[in-house]
Design a protein around this ligand. Sequence first.
Ligand code: ADP
Ligand code: MN
Ligand code: MN
Length: 178
Amino acid sequence: EAPQHPPRRRPNVLVTGTPGTGKTTTCEMVALATGMTHIEVGKLVKEKGLHDGFDEEFQSFLIDEDRVVDELEDVLAPGGVIVDHHGCDFFPERWFDLVVVLTCPNDVLYDRLEKRGYSEKKIQENVECEIMQVVLEEAHDSYDHSIVVTLQSSTVDEMEENVNRIEQWVDTFIAQHA
Ligand code: ADP
Ligand code: MN
Ligand code: MN
């Protein structure tokens, strides 16, 4: 039987969205405001080698999803973690109390990815992913609709507003689970 964890007193939050929508920046600010632990999955994958090599065609690591889940299980058990990843379908559903899907207008996203030095092909792939709402659909397929929230992150004002909203949501969860 799977080990039973006591109910979380602090929430776990997943922030997902197309690359460039502002996940890492937003998560860093939420972590500062709330004291939550920020886990950037892409960085963890590189640091701990949780991949099956580099895919030259897609210019990205082939994430070993099972090893990522094993690595994070105990970290997320007590709650208080904000997870940052562009995909969301391989995490256990029970891990998260809130799933935030960040979105961004196409032209703004294009400029951000160009500044990041992405190839034209990779920019096009990601902008198309954003237009098709691929990550939002993945979130709706993977989690209860009631915990999925879409937030636009186009301007600094919007980002600050999003950070405040997530912080308030976290505070409310903690108050309700004290
Ligand atoms: P992600 O982690 O989703 O790939 P980042 O947080 O790295 O995205 O953001 C990509 C770039 O866009 C960064 O240079 C960041 O400073 C900028 N950025 C992100 N969100 C906003 C926003 N709401 N307003 C202005 N710039 C933003
Ligand atoms: Mn990031
Ligand atoms: Mn998968």
